[in-house]
Write a protein that binds this ligand. Structure first.
Ligand code: PDD
Length: 286
């Protein structure tokens, strides 16, 4: 089946979808994105992703081209047209096509470009890695200073992912001034006793939608949550470690820079948090 994608209001076979070479997203990475997961044909945490999308657009002074209802309808249409049961919807909004290359923003009224597509991932919630855990390696965080804006400027995270693979790991944890910021495309956590530690929100990290939900569920499950930076050494000495994202949900991390975390096996806290997250999100899915 040919995938149907969304471009500026049209639903097209992917081979017919076109964006200008002058699009600011292509030339300047001048755009933002969201990834919403789909389980059982329904959207997970959709409202949170839309709130963050609008914040990202507003921080970059890009006009928001669609209403929440229009975004929702397009997400649902794409899921239906592509027969997605489990997978993702990727949404990107750029500052559009000014018709030439210029560092200055285009005149007001230039239409943003909106692209959406689906990725089918059957059994997304049953990823085998959730049973064995990921290994991560640390790399210096060389990204720009506004990581709270979900821009399409993903070259450094891609380089870090490739470095992780070259070192035989699943992902990289980025480190700034000796403290972990986040993973290449996920938020990072450690567990010590009954306490979950994760970096506090700031311009240094993306404000994960999965993070917000997981911290809420952790508090409801009577766990302590400390929002503060932690070092790689502290993480290696923790009982458990994990990451969260819309595509991996809650994923255990069992090895950091070659050192086993706790027993080196997936622990009870991350197992429980993953179960709660998946159960509650499926219930609230729309
Ligand atoms: N990435 N931190 C970074 C740098 C991210 O790119 C992401 C998401 C997260 C987790 O955010 P959320 O829980 O809202 O997905 C944290 C998406 C999944 C991606 O780039 O594919």
């Amino acid at each position: 089946m040919t995938r149907t994608v969304y471009v500026n209001g049209d639903y097209l076979p992917e081979s017919e979808a076109r964006v200008s070479v002058f699009d600011r997203g292509f030339l300047m990475a001048d755009g933002v994105y969201e990834v919403v997961s789909v389980l059982g044909g329904k959207l997970i945490d959709f409202e949170g992703h839309m709130i963050r999308l609008k914040r990202s657009l507003s921080e970059l002074a890009i006009a928001n081209p669609l209403s929440d209802d229009e975004y929702l309808a397009a997400h649902r249409d794409l899921v239906a047209r592509n027969g997605i049961t489990d997978g993702l919807v990727y949404l990107q909004v750029t500052r559009g096509n000014p018709g030439d290359r210029d560092f200055a923003y285009p005149p007001e009224g230039t239409a943003p470009t909106v692209v959406m597509f689906t990725q089918s991932k059957p059994g997304l919630a049953d990823a085998p890695a959730a049973k064995t855990g990921w290994s991560v390696v640390s790399v210096e965080d060389l990204r720009w200073g506004r990581r709270d804006i979900k821009t399409v400027q993903l070259l450094y995270p891609s380089m870090a992912k490739m470095e992780a693979k070259a070192r035989g790991a699943d992902d990289a944890w980025m480190v700034q001034d000796g403290h972990v910021t986040e993973g290449t495309s996920n938020n990072a956590y450690i567990v010590k006793g009954n306490t979950i530690v994760t970096r506090q929100l700031s311009h240094d990290i993306l404000h994960g939608i999965t993070r917000a939900a997981v911290l809420r569920f952790a508090a409801e499950a009577q766990m302590q949550v400390e929002e503060r930076p932690f070092t790689i050494a502290e993480a290696q000495a923790a009982d458990e470690a994990f990451i969260t994202s819309a595509s991996a949900f809650v994923m255990p991390v069992v090895r950091i820079d070659g050192a086993a975390v706790g027993s080196g096996k997936v622990g009870p806290v991350v197992t429980r948090l993953r179960e709660i997250y998946l159960e509650e999100s499926r219930k609230a899915a729309i």
